[in-house]
Ligand binder design. Structure first.
Ligand code: NAP
Length: 460
């Protein structure tokens, strides 16, 4: 066979998952010195992963990343095969036969467990469920969130917790011109919530919000951010953490907490969003439905930047009928691919998939959250995918085969033989156009289709 990566023998790469890391991997492959054809396989009819169904509807700027993804999709070397589930409609083994290499960028689809009694009571939800629901993700559209309570609790102090608590704190007027799903807007319009408690197991110097996300709580039209001054006292180790030059983010976040603690309560606003620290969930109590949350007061122990929360045996209770666990995402395994259960990631060496003992698995690569765990902003995935693609291209000679591979053509014949309806980028664009049209009369950037059947019915 001719050298791999030439016009006579293009490198064929299948990418599993069309979120940011999948698109950035495609971009790096297409822009490389080699001739590469990329097929991105996506479970839903719609691409873009968490940019479409994770980024909060009131953060439209973050969604402009899609403009770049559209440009990548315009390249003749790019192909989308959507509405296809790898592991069900087609296997990793199939993709290893049809393509020279496979990059797994399917993200972290589930949530970490709290591991406390009562976690699964009615009214106790994961952040993933709520975020998927308000973003119109087909998997979550049927869920119900009872906002007839006066108090909601969010466990965790990362940016997902910020999104969940901000959406709960906002008025309909603040949300109605976003791309929030209509079913969510309707339920939020009837919300009776008065208090939202955002609980951190560690202190105000360790909260994982970014300053911009925290600042937004000070600009809400009907909600006061509340922090007690006494909660902002720091131990020596936390002071050292904030004094560290490079720790700008936590310092800014802490300063913002201080500013909120000094603010006068605006009595014209009907809601309060409390940020509370050094409290770990101990038990969720209720009879079928959650009624209250028992929290144990914590103290910190350990060196600066390695401080962990330890219970003090002192407990406090919050009466609440609705709780959201926002303590980080967790990846799920893919049949035929090694997996690290406790980390929820695919074991890898700079993007080359390995067995758990470190032996490299030929042809398989990984990028994004399923490679490195659920952290970082959208842009973080670019460098992550570039690292993976660099290593893949360094392996190009090893990836060459004696017999020709047929890429997408062979995938299509497998899918067609199983009657799997697959969607290409042009077909997705028809759905996209219709969503934008449906949003226009409401002054929304789009009204998303929330069921796969609806999406497919639009395609001519
Ligand atoms: P995260 O930033 O890792 O925050 C998880 C939070 O849960 C932390 O406060 C953590 O506390 C807490 N936690 C973990 N286990 C816990 C337990 N057993 N009990 C109580 N609390 C627990 O995760 P995330 O909020 O899911 O965000 C994931 C990534 O997406 C982050 O990098 C985030 O910045 C990014 N993101 C960005 C945006 C944006 O840019 N606007 C929006 C959403 C998400 P400890 O610190 O003590 O572990």
């Amino acid at each position: 066979m001719a050298n791999l990566g030439t016009e006579q023998n293009p490198l064929l790469v299948a990418i599993v998952g069309s979120g940011p890391s999948g698109f950035y991997a495609a971009e790096a492959l297409i822009k490389s010195e080699f001739e590469v054809n990329v097929d991105i396989i996506e479970r839903l009819p719609s691409p873009y992963g968490l940019v479409r169904s994770g980024v909060a509807p009131d953060h439209p700027k973050l969604k402009t990343a899609i403009n770049l993804y559209k440009k990548i999709a315009d390249d003749p070397h790019f192909n989308l095969i959507a509405n296809v589930t790898v592991g069900r409609d087609i296997s990793i083994e199939d993709l290893r036969k049809t393509h020279h290499a496979v990059i797994l960028t399917y993200g972290a689809e589930t949530d970490r467990k709290l591991g406390v009694p009562g976690e699964d009571l009615k009214g106790s939800h994961t952040a993933t469920e709520f975020v998927g629901w308000y973003n119109g993700h087909p998997d979550y559209r049927e869920l119900e969130f009872d906002l007839s309570q006066d108090t909601a609790v969010i466990i965790g102090q990362g940016n997902v917790a910020a999104d969940v608590s901000r959406i709960l704190s906002k008025t309909v007027d603040e949300l109605k011109h976003t791309d929030i799903a209509q079913h969510a807007l309707d339920v939020l319009a009837e919300s009776k919530l008065k208090e939202i408690h955002v609980i951190g197991r560690r202190g105000p110097a360790q909260a994982k919000f970014t300053p911009k996300e925290l600042r937004e709580f000070g600009e809400l039209s009907d909600c006061n951010p509340i922090i007690l001054e006494e909660d902002l006292q720091l131990n020596d180790e936390s002071k050292k953490e904030l004094e560290e030059k490079t720790n700008v983010t936590n310092r800014k976040v802490y300063d913002q907490f201080c500013e909120y603690s000094k603010r006068e309560l605006d009595s014209s606003k009907s809601k309060k969003c409390f940020f509370r620290f050094l409290m770990g969930p101990q038990e969720i109590i209720g009879n079928n439905q959650i009624e209250k949350l028992i929290l144990e007061k914590n103290e910190l122990s350990g060196e600066p930047f390695k401080q962990s929360a330890k219970g003090t045996n002192e407990t406090i209770e919050i009466n609440t009928g609705i709780l959201f666990r926002s303590i980080g995402y967790h990846g799920i395994p893919m049949p035929g691919v090694p997996f690290h259960e406790s980390w929820g990631t695919i074991p890898n060496e700079k993007g080359r998939v390995t067995e758990n003992d470190g032996a490299v698995v030929e042809q398989l690569y990984t990028g994004g959250w399923i490679k490195r765990g659920p952290s970082g902003i959208i842009g973080t995935n670019r460098a992550c995918s570039v690292e993976t693609v660099t290593n893949l291209l360094n392996d190009i000679e090893k990836l060459n085969t004696e017999t020709k591979k047929h890429g997408a053509k062979e995938i299509y014949s497998k899918l067609d033989s199983k009657n799997v309806r697959h969607i290409n980028f042009a077909e997705w664009s028809q759905i996209d156009t219709k969503e934008i049209e449906h949003g226009e009369p409401k002054g929304k950037p789009r009204e998303k289709y929330t069921s796969i059947e609806e999406m497919l019915s639009v395609i001519k």
